[in-house]
Design a protein around this ligand. Structure first.
Ligand code: ME8
Length: 512
């Protein structure tokens, strides 16, 4: 039976070009998608752009461009970023596509039929930047401007006719759902935040707007457009051909295994989205993971501070795999983390060049000099050999569980530790002193090559390009590798040829 797995990134606002925060969400999702594929799953991996709403309409107006043309342009930069980041996404959705509009209008009709939506009047605070409504106690005045306490963005007073979703009716059902699905929201700290917000009482949610037009029309009342978050969240099922819930794609992939998001949009995903779905008799996703914030140095990225990190610039300067590796290794997953040039350069030098690069280089050059680029015959494994090899194979299920619980830092640190072990093994075994005991020398080389193979498989989801370069040494391509094979200590065929390898990561000269 095929095992299916569905992971999504947020769909990003094409109001400005992508920055490092967007790249981060997409890269961590890609790591999980690639791991699951390696582990035999059929993976659907969705990303895209969220193109409606006042925020986009205003951004287009500022440039005096039609909003659709404006979105066409910037959405393209997000699509290109997926290529630059080597994302393995299987789909890219835009909320201006027909498949999505049909899906949202259908969901709306079902909510109306089920008596979950009613027409009334909204008066309250709204942030266009967050596209979110805020309660009186969630805003404050700063320098004569009203802002959201949480996001710091400006809020405006809004009074207009609006449709409402009966969110208040879902309070207890949501709490029950969180209790029955303790891992629905991760990490736990964020789950607690959501639960206490819901416990403090939910008000009905305004789900349409009348004073602007850039959105999906409410069926049967063309004066209203559907609230951009009800529109946006539905993308996750539009991409599976909703409303056709009988089609193979929907049946195979819904409910989603993970919606990967940043902590800023947790409330929408962990409260509104399951409420909409439950109200429409659809199953909520299995997991919403709210990761932390990428800071530029120690500060939040912002246009006014001029410290927005551009992923393209970093990739241009340092390469993609170093950036991917850095984000996984140096940001404790779930928490905020920062990028500085200095830390990135140190990470490239120590973990990639000195640890992984050096291991591959020295073992393969030693093989070249002593075994003519042939995988040698091995003798029986000794205790040290098995210690090294078993540390990976004995942990196969912990590694799976790290990924399944999104403990991405544990996964990455495990690999870094194995790289240290492997370098230490090669040093301690001193094969260069074993020329008189060729059987032992051969076994050490065999074990070292095996460990390079295993570690490269573990690294593949994080640094796909470089790890494949290394696996190419053994003539292995992506289609030939799978996660389960890290158990096997004798996967490499003795007497077969291996290839030489170029320097994997250049060390960076630092000024300190
Ligand atoms: O909120 N650090 O889109 P958006 C880490 N369209 N991640 C960051 C980040 C940072 N500094 N800045 C942004 C929206 N992100 C909606 C989503 S989903 C149905 C609709 C990431 O363009 C993070 O994942 O503002 C955050 O949640 C997302 O980008 C917000 O992107």
């Amino acid at each position: 039976m095929t095992k299916n797995f569905y992971i999504t990134t947020p769909i990003y606002y094409p109001s400005a070009k992508p920055h490092m925060g967007h790249a981060y969400s997409s890269i961590v999702s890609d790591v999980i998608a690639r791991f699951k594929r390696l582990d035999g799953y059929k993976v659907e991996f969705l990303t895209g752009t969220d193109e409606h709403g006042l925020k986009i309409q205003r951004a287009a107006e500022e440039k005096s461009i039609d909003p659709k043309i404006f979105c066409d342009e910037i959405s393209k930069t997000f699509r290109n970023l997926s290529n630059t980041l080597n994302l393995s996404n299987t789909d890219f959705i835009r909320t201006t596509e027909d498949r999505h509009i049909k899906s949202v209008q259908n969901l709306w009709k079902i909510l109306e039929e089920k008596n979950q939506i009613y027409l009334s009047k909204y008066s309250g605070w709204y942030s266009v930047s967050d596209e979110a409504f805020y309660n009186e106690d969630e805003i404050k005045e700063e320098n004569g401007i009203n802002i959201s306490i949480n996001s710091g963005s400006k809020v405006e007073w809004l009074e207009e006719e609006s449709y409402f979703f009966k969110l208040s009716a879902w309070e207890n059902k949501l709490l029950k759902f969180y209790e029955e699905n303790p891992k629905f929201i991760l990490p736990n700290s964020r789950r607690n935040e959501v639960i206490s917000f819901v416990k403090s009482g939910l008000k009905d949610l305004s789900v349409s707007r009348k004073t602007f037009s850039w959105g999906i029309k409410v069926p049967n009342n063309k004066d209203h457009v559907i609230y951009v978050w009800l529109d946006a969240l539905t993308n996750y099922i539009s991409a599976l051909n909703y409303p056709d819930t009988k089609n193979l794609k929907y049946k195979s992939f819904w409910p989603a295994d993970i919606h990967m998001i940043g902590k800023d949009i947790l409330r929408f995903h962990a409260i509104y989205w399951p409420a909409f779905l439950l109200a429409a008799d659809l199953t909520p996703p299995k997991r919403v993971y709210g990761h932390g914030w990428i800071l530029s140095g120690e500060e939040k990225m912002s246009k006014s501070k001029g410290n927005i990190l551009d992923p393209l610039e970093i990739v241009d300067k340092y390469g993609l795999d170093p950036l991917r590796f850095y984000l996984l290794k140096e940001v404790s997953f779930g928490n905020d983390g920062s990028i500085t040039q200095d830390k990135l350069e140190s990470c490239i030098n120590s973990d990639l060049a000195n640890n992984y690069g050096n291991l591959c280089q020295r073992v393969i050059s030693f093989n070249e000099k002593n075994c003519n680029l042939i995988i040698p015959e091995k003798n029986n494994f000794e205790k040290e050999d098995l210690n090294l090899l078993n540390k990976i194979s004995d942990n196969i299920n912990s590694l799976r569980s790290y990924i399944d619980n999104q403990e991405l830092s544990s996964y990455t640190n495990f690999i870094v530790d194995r790289l240290f072990d492997a370098n230490k093994y090669f040093n301690d075994q001193e094969p260069w002193k074993k020329k008189s005991d060729i059987m032992r020398l051969n076994t050490i080389v065999y074990v070292s090559l095996e460990i390079i193979r295993k570690i490269s498989i573990l690294l593949n989801p994080i640094i796909p390009e470089t790890s494949l370069k290394v696996l190419e040494v053994f003539n292995l391509k992506l289609k030939d590798i799978n996660f389960e094979s890290i158990i096997n200590h004798e996967s490499l065929k003795s007497n077969s040829k291996i290839k030489k390898i170029d320097i994997l990561f250049k060390k960076i000269e630092k000024n300190d």
